[in-house]
Design a protein around this ligand. Structure first.
Ligand code: GDP
Ligand code: GDP
Length: 454
């Protein structure tokens, strides 16, 4: 039951042993035409090019689950990344740097028949600076005669060059053995790396356009088939580079692979949504702009807020939006979405790609709010002014006094107010409203709790 498995709780299967252990990341790096894509296809056991073969099309999808000698890892492929002919060297360096920063170990590919170029040397400097383990692949060694070319790559100072023919498969087993030795058993990402990719969940009721949006942003209409399907679980998270920055889209398996459930479909959909939200930092709630909001929509929104995640509201299928519906939509936004008035809204079409570029700025905004910390000094001077101008209403001749407040946590921002008595819900909402007016918090839920002190 893969729905339950998404929750990651002990289901006895070996891969569930450490549900939270992120897979280690192996990045394939090198200048264009050295054979990175060919090598990646070879490792993934695919014959056809993964690379989008329409010229000029950037393929943004970069990571694929892979397995060698019983070990699972994520393979980051930089082969399809757009490289301008002008300023090529700088672009390669920039992209390599990003890939290296994501990786736990790097597979550096050099064309042995050409030998090291200035661009290769530049990548070598980045690799040294990173301190990450590197496995050197001397590619295009199609036969024994070319082995000599490979040994010349000792000069790069990266240790032993592994002679490989990505095209014919020669030497790739030894190369992968070396890569597995270089790769730690678990990734350090998500836990340790402070600037690792941020985690996004695409949520919404069935048919709202989640998989269309994922395909659009991942730049691939293809569902990537795991070569060992049936023996391993589907790829769960996908790493996608958007506007030059890596983002992890969590639990995409549940989106890409629709499970047709006749009974309890809502329940499973909701479980899957919850699982995705738990793993994410920010959730994009997709709504269908062409039809009225449903109860299921508002339930998803509540799930996100209750989980304390940052939120972006995306009205999808805007291309189908009838002008006649517009006044209703406005009313809906005002009434039904009152609980997320503070969330950034984007109107998009996952199908045509219209305005999907507005997603990233909205995600960044919400995450920034989610991370915000207000200093105790600022918070208390804000509260002092607020209370002076609008004191808590008198109740039975008594008036609770606010003594002190502090922000107890971020992600999301949580505030604790110490007062001499219970603060009415209406007054707490008033404080929240003023907090938002003063400090923003666009896209993040915030919470206020009150501790009573005599
Ligand atoms: P990328 O730009 O680094 O991803 O390189 P590609 O994988 O697209 O390969 C560039 C060219 O080199 C293609 O024409 C490949 O067929 C060719 N190529 C890749 N690996 C080998 C190899 O091991 N031997 C030979 N002879 N050609 C290769
Ligand atoms: P999911 O169940 O949330 O993953 O939804 P899908 O991505 O599978 O989309 C459900 C249906 O809505 C499909 O037929 C899509 O082609 C269609 N769809 C998705 N996004 C849009 C959009 O922006 N405009 C239009 N017109 N149709 C869309």
């Amino acid at each position: 039951d893969e729905d339950l498995a998404l929750l990651g709780g002990g289901h006895g299967d070996a891969h569930d042993a450490e549900p939270d252990a992120p897979l280690p990341v192996l990045a394939v790096v090198g200048r264009p035409n050295v054979g990175k894509s060919t090598l990646v296809n070879r490792i993934l056991g695919r014959r056809e090019a993964v690379v989008e073969d329409r010229p000029g099309v950037t393929r943004d999808r970069v990571s694929y689950p892979a397995e060698w000698a019983g070990r699972r890892f994520m393979l980051v492929d930089t082969g399809g990344w757009e490289v301008d002919v002008l300023g090529l060297e700088a672009r390669v360096a920039e992209q390599s740097e990003l890939a290296i920063s994501l990786a736990d170990a790097v597979l550096f590919v050099v064309d042995a028949t050409v030998g090291p170029t200035a661009t290769d040397e530049r990548v070598v400097r980045l690799l040294r600076k990173s301190g990450k383990p590197v496995v050197l692949c001397a590619n295009k060694v199609d036969g024994p005669r070319a082995e000599a070319d490979a040994s010349e790559l000792w000069s790069l100072g990266l240790g032993e060059p592994h002679p490989v023919s990505a095209l014919h498969g020669r030497g790739t087993g030894d190369l992968l053995d070396a890569a597995m030795r270089a790769l730690p058993t678990e990734s350090e990402h998500g836990v340790v790396l402070p600037d690792g990719p941020r985690r996004v969940a695409l949520v919404g009721r069935p048919n709202v356009g989640k998989s269309s949006l994922l395909n659009k942003v991942a730049g691939s209409e293809r569902v990537v088939v795991d070569p060992t399907a049936g023996t391993t679980r589907d790829p769960v998270d996908e790493l996608v580079v958007l506007r030059g920055k890596p983002w992890t889209f969590v639990d995409t398996a549940g989106i890409r692979r629709r499970v047709h459930q006749t009974r309890g479909a809502d329940f499973y959909a909701s479980l899957r949504t919850q699982a995705a939200i738990e793993k994410a930092e920010v959730a994009v709630v997709l709504l269908d702009a062409s039809v009225p909001l449903t109860e299921q929509d508002t339930r998803v929104i509540s799930q996100v807020i209750d989980s304390g995640r940052a939120v972006v509201i995306a009205y999808n299928k805007w291309d189908l939006m009838d002008e006649d519906r517009r006044p209703f939509l406005e009313r809906e936004i005002e009434k039904e979405l009152v609980q997320v008035q503070w969330a950034p809204r984007v109107n998009i079409s996952a199908q045509t790609g219209w305005h999907t570029d507005r997603l990233v700025p909205a995600l960044e905004k919400s995450l920034e709010s989610w991370d915000t910390r207000i200093s105790t000094g600022r918070l208390n001077s804000f509260l002092g002014e607020l209370v002076a101008a609008h004191p808590h209403p008198l109740r039975g001749g008594k008036q609770p006094r606010i003594l002190f407040a502090t922000q107890a946590s971020t992600r999301p921002p949580r505030f604790v107010i110490f007062a001499t008595g219970f603060l009415e819900a209406g007054y707490r909402r008033f404080i929240e409203r003023r907090l938002r007016e003063t400090f923003g918090f666009e896209g993040s839920p915030i919470s206020i709790s009150v501790r009573v002190r005599e």
